[in-house]
Design a protein around this ligand. Structure first.
Ligand code: ZN
Length: 464
């Protein structure tokens, strides 16, 4: 029997098993349910893996598994798969057409919280391993790391990996299947992702909100002052004015530029899709660069006073802004933090008034992910693209950098090996939203791709 035939012959069992996992409500903040999912994984993996371990952390556990090669004539590579078994909260529940933790298949799609993000995607890899294992054809060492708190920011992933450094020593490449495929609905091979650093500035300029007539002209309005700070950070053409902001921005390689161009992103499609009539951020950058090669400074929220039905004629006492910087390769959260603080210091030195304002500002930095980029020129690219092409029966698009941010940097920091993202969920998987789903067709093509991938990698001789 061929490995893919093993899958088709046992399909019902595979779906039953996946549905068991989907029924565990491993919402990332519910530690007990996440723990149940970790134990479930251990039980399932123990059926065929040579090594399984649950690593406890200060947060949710990390699960490791390893399969030794069954046939190995050559110095084959060791592959590491990454997946996360925690999920987003399902709310708002009334928007779901079927309960989020009672998976069901409707019109060719599996509906359940966490099916695309990320249980169904990593389970496709597991199916492939199991099918090859069943027919004794696993030709290379396969390792798996299951993260239990990706949705929170994977705070303890690196700590857990460092506690088992030896496990990761022989890894040659890392495959992550997460996020949706390219909006063109073509199978997708991604070479990295932008990073993220968030920052909050809170300005409390008085003890309380007051009557804007009685105290107008006396109590300072924090909104004007916070706006002045924000205004100093961007010019009218969308350029960030924070000194050094663009200094470390990587120069895309020839191959990355070529791949970006081949994506054929169309400005008019974006305008129609988003209902916009002009573009944000750097006006002098071509669309392909704006989409993935340039960093952004975004205001994700601004709050002060009340409007609409809650409107009051007051001078608010507080204004708060939250921003995120989407970083591109070579930029680091640490450096961005330093640059923002230096910018505020510079403002402080420019006027007494601004110094008084900044004295009352509280600045805090939140969760961050480093950006990560794997050069397209490495020999793995062709092997992976070929496996995807055979699995999906379609040429994949090559996306140099994915839009969202992933905990890729921790994986890279411990292994220093190339990381690739191959999303198995279709573009409208509705991850983080009600009615999250994964198309059966995409799941099964994912299984096929993983089988092809393991077969092709199992034929490589690293010593030659
Ligand atoms: Zn997610």
């Amino acid at each position: 029997m061929k490995p893919i035939e093993v899958f088709h012959a046992n399909k019902q069992n595979f779906y039953d098993e996946l549905f068991e996992l989907l029924r565990i409500p491993s919402i990332t903040k519910n530690n007990e349910d996440v723990e149940v999912a970790a134990k479930w994984l251990k039980k399932i993996l123990n059926q065929n893996a040579n090594y399984v371990e649950i690593i406890q952390t200060k947060g949710n556990p990390v699960v490791l598994a390893e399969w030794k090669p069954q046939i190995q004539q050559k110095d084959t590579p060791t592959i590491l798969f990454y997946g996360h078994y925690d999920v987003q909260p399902p709310e708002p529940l009334d928007k779901w057409n079927s309960p989020p933790f009672e998976p069901e298949i409707r019109e060719g799609r599996i509906y359940a919280r966490g099916v695309g993000d990320n249980k169904g995607q990593f389970y496709a890899h597991y199916c492939a391993i199991k099918c090859l294992h069943e027919v004794n054809e696993l030709g290379l060492a396969v390792k798996f790391i299951f993260d239990g708190e990706e949705e929170l920011g994977s705070f303890h992933l690196e700590e857990a990996m460092n506690a088992r450094r030896k496990f990761f020593e022989d890894v040659d490449l890392i495959i992550v299947s997460d996020g949706p495929a390219d909006p063109s609905w073509k199978p997708t091979l991604e070479f990295g992702a932008r990073g993220i650093q968030t920052v909050r500035i809170e300005l409390q300029s008085a003890d309380s909100d007051v009557h804007s007539g009685n105290f107008g002209g006396i109590q300072p309005n924090p909104t004007w002052d916070l706006l002045a700070i924000l205004q100093s950070m961007k010019d009218e053409n969308g350029k960030c004015l924070i000194e050094g902001f663009y200094d470390d921005v990587f120069v895309p390689t020839e191959a990355a530029l070529k791949a970006a161009k081949e994506l054929n992103r169309d400005p008019e499609t974006y305008k129609k899709q988003l209902g916009i009539s002009y573009f944000g951020e750097e006006q002098d950058q071509p669309l392909t660069h704006k989409v993935m090669f340039r960093p952004t400074l975004n205001i994700r929220g601004f709050k002060s006073g009340e409007i609409r039905e809650n409107a009051k004629t007051i001078i608010p006492s507080e204004a708060v802004v939250e921003m995120d910087v989407r970083m591109v390769p070579n930029q680091t959260p640490e450096k961005i933090e330093t640059l923002i603080l230096a910018h505020l210091d510079k403002l402080r030195s420019q006027s007494e008034r601004m110094a008084q304002v900044l004295d009352r500002c509280k600045i805090s930095f939140g969760a961050s992910f480093h950006p990560l980029f794997t050069p397209l020129e490495l020999p793995w690219t062709d092997i992976l693209a070929e496996a995807i092409k055979e699995g999906f029966e379609q040429e994949p698009v090559k996306l140099p950098l994915a839009g969202g941010s992933l905990p890729l940097y921790s994986l890279y920091k411990v292994t220093e090996k190339p990381i690739y993202i191959i999303p198995y969920a279709q573009p409208d998987e509705a991850n983080h939203a009600p009615n999250e789903n994964m198309m059966v067709e995409w799941f099964e093509k994912g299984v096929k791709t993983s089988i092809k991938l393991l077969q092709k990698l199992g034929k490589i001789d690293l010593s030659s």
